[in-house]
Write a protein that binds this ligand. Structure first.
Ligand SMILES: [Zn+2]
Length: 466
């Protein structure tokens, strides 16, 4: 279908203007009726956050999302463009996306007066009707709302002349979605300006009051503590948000694993295959979930799901490094690789009261506890009695991140019960996968105090206690 390109064509097409909120609502209803997935790729919010967002849109409310870092807030905000119409007619050359039938700005009024039905119409695609701003204390009224344009003044415009305004981000997002990250970081003066624009529908620029009845859907984010602490948000602005929705971290290990699988940088290198044991995925997810429960970790900022994603990427890279060095074709992460997570964890955990140099040690404890928990979950029914007997007659088991998989196999020849247990756990015959499972079992038994563990500079030796 050919889209109308003049004002009279648009009028003849039967075009009916609607507000951005009623447009979002109409498209939401249509998608719900068709049973479409509204937020593809957003995991773990089906029964909590998503119904609240649907209600807010059905109610035509602006939304504030409260949550710690790494809870998909930005992703939710961006995905709302999928609820806009494919494209929207505006008067050509308008800086604020004016509705051709009800233009606000002087430019458009002048265009229509001059060209009447021949006034040009442009169509704005939905992705262009979204803008995003990270609130910081130095964001100004000029950035968000607008300022007097000195060039236009020099050209002879009067200060009070609306055509002398250089519009900021919000007017330029007219008839669209304006999203603002970390709302409480906006200076109070800017919050007042924002409120006036939304509620009184006017702007004050350098003392001049100009009516600007914009049509905007606002979605903002904030850390819950900043949002509730007195004075960080001016009350009238708070009142303006019809929906305050709390986001959260994945509630289950499987949800955390699903997000990691979806978000991590894929490893695709010719000649290598990645084989990721499920127990290693569980350990990575458990490390983050455990850290979120620790009392010595500051809960204000939280532990982002990004930590799980970066940990997994780091873990795989270390296994990849081994495969390259040892000329193995299969990449399988193992327990000794976990030591390298320190670099992807350090920047993402904020500790309460920590002594200098204690961080590495604390990270090691979290990793150890996560391994222990997954080991108990998976193998708690196993006493490993036969293996422990065999182990007491053997020479121990040396592991390291740079030991070849075939070496592990050779070492395990002395312990048939271990070999059998590993085969049961991995369910496959890959050498590298079996090496990884061997280490998982040995480490789990050592943490549980059933065997000894001695850490040398570049290797670890497990030995019998008897
Ligand atoms: Zn205009």
């Amino acid at each position: 279908m050919k889209l109308p390109h003049t004002l009279s064509e648009l009028e003849e097409s039967g075009y009916q203007p609607k507000t951005v909120k009623s447009e979002l609502r109409a498209n939401l209803i249509e998608k719900m009726e068709k049973g479409e997935q509204l937020f593809p790729g957003i995991i773990g919010y089906d029964d909590t956050v998503i119904p609240e967002i649907e209600n807010a849109i059905l109610s035509c409310h602006d939304i504030i999302l409260l949550g710690e870092r790494g809870q998909a807030k930005t992703r939710i905000m961006r995905s709302l463009t999928a609820l806009l119409d494919e494209s929207l007619p505006v008067i050509s050359g308008c800086e604020i996306n004016d509705d051709p039938l009800h233009p606000l700005c002087k430019h458009c009024h002048e265009q229509i007066k001059k060209n009447k039905g021949k006034t040009r119409i442009e169509w704005v695609p939905c992705e262009m009707r979204f803008s995003e701003k990270l609130a910081t204390p130095d964001v100004t009224i000029a950035d968000l709302i607008g300022d007097i344009d000195p060039i236009k003044i020099a050209e002879g415009r009067y200060l009070s002349d609306e055509l002398a305004i250089h519009y900021g981000l919000i007017p330029r997002t007219n008839r669209g979605i304006f999203s603002i990250n970390e709302l409480p970081d906006l200076h109070e003066k800017i919050q007042v300006g924002l409120f006036n624009l939304l509620e009184e529908r006017d702007v004050q620029i350098r003392g001049y009051k100009i009516a600007l009845p914009l049509d905007i859907f606002i979605i903002a984010t904030a850390n819950p503590e900043d949002y509730t602490s007195r004075g960080r948000i001016i009350t009238p602005l708070k009142d303006r948000f019809g929906a305050q929705i709390r986001t959260h971290y994945p509630k289950t290990l499987e949800e955390e694993i699903t997000i990691v699988r979806q978000e991590r940088t894929p490893l695709a290198v010719d000649g290598f295959t990645l084989n990721l044991p499920h127990f290693m995925e569980e350990i990575i997810a458990e490390i983050s979930q455990m850290a979120r429960r620790r009392s010595e970790i500051n809960h204000y900022s939280g532990i982002s799901v990004r930590m799980s994603i970066h940990n997994m990427e780091n873990l795989i890279s270390n296994a990849f490094r081994r495969a390259i060095r040892l000329k193995e074709k299969e990449i399988v992460p193992r327990i000794t690789d976990l030591i390298h997570l320190s670099s992807s964890m350090k920047g993402k955990i904020e500790w309460d009261f920590i002594e200098d140099g204690a961080e590495e040690e604390k990270i090691k404890i979290i990793i150890r506890d996560a391994i222990s928990k997954i080991f108990r979950q998976r193998l708690s029914n196993d006493s490993f009695g036969n293996f422990l007997k065999e182990f007491s007659n053997g020479n121990g088991f040396k592991v390291s991140e740079m030991t070849s998989s075939s070496h592990y196999l050779k070492n395990s020849e002395a312990y048939p019960s271990l070999k059998e247990r590993v085969a049961k756990l991995t369910g496959d015959t890959s050498l590298a996968h079996r090496a990884s499972a061997t280490e998982f079992i040995l480490e789990g038994l050592a943490i549980g105090g059933k065997i000894k563990k001695e850490i040398e500079e570049t290797s670890t030796t497990y030995g019998s206690k008897q």
